[in-house]
Design a binder for this molecule. Structure first.
Ligand code: FES
Ligand code: FE2
Length: 344
């Protein structure tokens, strides 16, 4: 059994991170080399020369037009991973080839398929359309996490921790005290956790960005699409306001909080986060505030989960956790991830 689900799409980067330049990131234990070719598409191949394993992202390896030249002895590969030159001989060995990863750019992310490329079906990539929708303004980032990805899944599926870990930013007493509803759609592969607070304190994250004063209706509707994509549909409105029968919701402020949870190694994770809002569009002050606040919140989680990873590493075999109602979403996610890992 693999420690992560194989035959799955994972976010490797934001599209904006990849230019006509060598870029490397490790996904599910596999170091991957990326660059944007002259025609604008993204390549993805193993970041390891077939000759003596030198990383192709490592200087003096270099990109020459759309070919990468290994910095150790000069093996040269084209954008499809085919070796086109070796030193000291005209004959290029048949096996001198880097097997490209299926790669798709969508919703501002670069997705790679980890597993058997024959099983790569791009229609299975979960969507986060707000991140590229002109009706939203998005801020985003990525923080390295020194903990296994399952700890981040637990963390994001139980938002009651906001009250304690993120007090003064997004946490208020009502988050922890309001019960949740959890459901699992096995066919669609979606875990949903919903918490509806009808009369709650407005945390600074939302009062400063929306300008709403006083108490609010605050809805948190999570959809987790294992293994990689997590969305939190956050609705903030004056107390008593509900969406209209026709589905419009003019009195509310909507924030789509998106996380891509990408295992780097067995005990480290790429924590991609994005916050898309449908108000104060293009307002740079609001963008700067939300970016700074959300990054602070993410770093509070990172600090806590880094500690947890160390606790787990040091504890005796067989330690039993205690779970309660707030853990229902996290436990459902563990079951689904466990099943996906078993198949891998
Ligand atoms: S290791 Fe790349 S050419 Fe020798
Ligand atoms: Fe958190």
């Amino acid at each position: 059994m693999s420690w992560f689900p194989r035959d799955q799409w994972y976010v490797a980067a934001y599209g904006s991170e990849i230019a006509h330049d060598l870029f490397t990131r490790t996904v599910c234990g596999e170091p991957i080399l990326f660059w944007r070719t002259r025609d604008g598409s993204v390549t993805a191949m193993p970041d390891r020369c077939v000759h003596r394993r030198f990383p192709l992202s490592q200087p003096p390896s270099r990109l020459v037009d759309d070919q990468v030249v290994c910095g150790y002895h000069g093996f040269t590969y084209d954008s499809g991973g085919k070796c086109v030159a070796v030193p000291g001989q005209a004959r290029i060995p048949r096996t001198a080839r880097l097997l490209p990863y299926p790669v798709v750019e969508q919703d501002s992310f670069v997705w790679v398929f980890i597993g058997d490329p024959a099983n790569a079906d791009a229609s299975r990539i979960p969507r986060a359309p707000w991140l590229v929708d002109p009706g939203y303004t998005t801020v985003c980032g990525m923080e390295p996490l020194g903990a296994r990805y399952g700890l981040l899944v637990d963390n994001l599926l139980d938002l009651s921790h906001e009250t304690y870990l993120h007090g003064g930013y997004i946490g208020t007493p009502e988050v922890a005290s309001t019960p949740i509803n959890t459901s699992v759609d096995e066919d669609a592969g979606v875990i949903s956790v919903s918490r509806r607070m009808d009369d709650a304190e407005c945390p600074p994250f939302y009062s400063k960005s929306t300008g709403l004063q006083g108490r609010i209706a605050r809805w948190q509707d999570i959809e987790y699409m294992p293994p990689c994509l997590y969305t939190l549909h956050s609705r903030i409105a004056p107390v008593g306001s509900v969406p209209r029968a026709d589905g419009t919701d003019p009195d509310a402020f909507h924030v789509e909080v998106v996380y891509a949870i990408t295992p780097e190694t067995e005990t480290s994770t790429h924590d991609f986060w994005a916050v898309a809002r449908d108000f104060a569009l293009g307002d740079e002050e609001v963008s700067a505030f939300l970016a700074e606040s959300n990054r602070t919140v993410v770093l509070q989680d990172v600090e806590a989960l880094n500690v947890l990873e160390k606790v787990i590493a040091a504890e005796p075999e067989g330690f039993q956790e205690l779970s309660i109602n707030i853990d229902t979403g996290g436990l459902a996610a563990r079951r689904v991830l466990g099943r996906l890992c078993e198949k891998s």
